[in-house]
Design a protein around this ligand. Sequence first.
Ligand code: MEV
Length: 438
Amino acid sequence: MGKTISGFSKLSKSEKIDWIVDTYFSNTTDAKQVLKQYWHTDGKLQQLHDEFIENTISNYYLPLGVAPNFLINGKMHTIPMAIEESSVVAAASKSAKFWLDRGGFKAEVISTKKVGQVHFMFHGEFDVLERFFNTVTSKLIEDAKSLTENMEKRGGGILDIELRNKTEDLKGYYQLHASFETLNAMGANFINSCLEQFATTFKREALNFEGFSDEERHIEIVMSILSNYVPECLVKVEVSCPVEDLTENKNISAQEFANKFVQAIKIAEVEPFRAVTHNKGIMNGIDAVVLATGNDFRAVEAGVHAYASRNGRYSSLSHAEINDDVFRFWMEIPLALGTVGGLTGLHPLVKLSLELLHKPSAKELMQIVAVAGLAQNFAALRSLITTGIQQGHMKMHLMNILNQFEANDAEKLTLTEHFKTNTVTHVAVVAALNKLRK
Ligand code: MEV
């Protein structure tokens, strides 16, 4: 049974582990060994990881894979991907190769605006609040100068601050709705610091505004925080080729493939149950690169799914059409990414991943990440409308099953060969392994 503890964060790492294994595990030696086998032998590197978060007891490994042969706007890329799902890197690589022979991926950043809001309550006339806002706007920007100076020198900063009346949705609710250009930084700290300064100035100045009654001048700031919904931080990515060039699979003609592909997309456009899975496939590619490059995949996920619902119904992020015998497949997605700040300069594998990508700007990274998403979607649909998804998935899953049964190298080699021509199922793999071991 668990028990409560106070002052846990003040304990040393080994005291924390002692408490955990004594409280939750019957075999304390085994549990300690599992945790310790993932510690890095280089003490400095381990300390770096320990200090990323609080209460670190070990490292949680994910494989870092690479998908080569991505031609994006005429430039070759090998894309790093951190992910546990067996088929994702293989699928990305296959798509990359497929489109390499058909002109590659075209990507374009449409906009880079980020958003943050100061949410506050005010109980008075909107006209008067608006008058106050107009008098105080320049002061809001001036007071944030020490925070924005460096960003401005590089060409970014605060773009705009708007007063928004939200009282139709919630009594007394207003916002300072601000937009920012954060260049190569994801910008969360920059935006949040600016917003907190806006809130302080706004509240302070309201106390002295002669237009407010005594009650009105006490504005209640509820919170100041960036928004992970970034519909104006958009990247567009697409592939296209003559329909006849889509031939590859002998069991389906190029025209039939193109028609079925467009049909599959149309289903995801109108049917939310399918759209969620369809978009999950896109996120397989996106999250893997976002993670490998040290970005915040939760922020990206939240923003992307909100965007997928922007028209009131959750829908496909990607689209496809056939026009004049040309097949076109594309998507537009919001991505708030950074290539400086955060983990980017700290985590050795993140630094390596960024170097592998030719040290991209945030805009270039938006393009690469979006390409990985579209490539993944293409691979998934290609399998779904031809062989079905399980053939590829189970092939990749074979190694997981073999590892689960502690197959040795020779057994792995024999069974990988065997399952090149036999259907992989859990039962079939176990039976083949048992037979081999007899
Ligand atoms: C599995 O991780 C992703 C897919 O389900 C995506 C899709 O159905 O489009 C294969």
